[in-house]
Ligand binder design. Sequence first.
Ligand SMILES: *Cc1c(COP(=O)(O)O)cnc(C)c1O
Length: 388
Amino acid sequence: MIDHAVRMQGLTSAIFTQVDGLRKQAAAAGKDVISLSIGSPDLAPAPHIITAMKEAINDPRNYGYTLSKGVPEFLRSVANWYKKFDVDLDPETEVHSLIGSQDGLAHIALCLVNPGDVVLVPDPGYPIFSAGPLVAGAELRLMPLTAENGFLPDLDAIDEATLRRAKLMILNYPNNPLAATAPREFFAKVVEIAKRYQIIVCHDFAYSELVFDGYRPDSFLSIPGAKDVAIEFHSLSKTYNMAGCRAAFAVGNAEVISLLGRLKSNFDYGIFYPIQKAAVAALTGPQDCVRETARVYQNRRDVLVEGFRAIGWNVPKPQASMYIWAPVPTCQSSYDFVVSLIEHTGVSVTPGIGFGPHGEGYIRIALVQPEQRLAEAVERIRNWLGRI
Ligand SMILES: *Cc1c(COP(=O)(O)O)cnc(C)c1O
């Protein structure tokens, strides 16, 4: 018998593993599976990004440790890229590379939270938002995100004692899995509360570029005073279709960035240099590839949303992200619906309950297949729902 560390207890991915198992089972049984459950982009990086990586790979001098902060050229590219949000960053002190945002989200609580401190996390939320703080020994307080509150935490509903004990609040807009966006006034209110109760805000801005119909989201750091209390994460995974490269960054409050850097310099030795060169090419090169990626997701969104609405399944049309957050159209739980859906149609999606208790009643559909496959998914669901 192997003794498991207590801190492993909160780390369950049972539901995601089960759904993935069903998907694989269906595929192994010869079913034509349309996989809309995994949030990994199916699109390719732009050619100039791949070329930059290839050139750097061909140079044998580029194979050493890079150290975790990120090479100066990468840090400068990030600071320049951020100007579009009206945010000024010092590349020396306010930018740090991450081996994917996941790296930062997994480790930030270890820098800021003592066992028993409270961390405020969204429910439903991206799983690492809870897993990181749990490993750090935090007490989680879930902030329910519901259609009634516009998928924003009700800040007035958090009691005084909790706010006093809270060290960290995690936010994510545009949001995964909800595809929701946040107005500037909400961010301003968060800054005010964070200052009053000395809470560090960690904003995950992974979907800042996957935006539709002309919508432009605000960086949390563009709120006056935000840099006193916040850091923000962005990733090249979705914006430049580089998910496997593991290239991302944290920006904002210099003291928090420095703490995260101190932890990481003990844990890792940085991103492979050719990947940093590819990231620099992405951040500083022509940005029409980003607009093209957003346009592809927007068209896919329209195929699904309009297709579902035409068969009487009223799903919301999001302004951003690569997901549809849809109410379960039958009387089943989100998990049972997902099981039936894959069994009867071969379409795999993610049950909302996997993202937290308030995800029950919903499913998340990832827009990671071409339009024609999405249309096929609508057609199969129409046939099935028509029969139940
Ligand atoms: C995909 C995603 C990321 C990106 O994670 P990486 O580790 O940078 O690949 C970050 N946050 C959210 C909410 C995501 O959905």
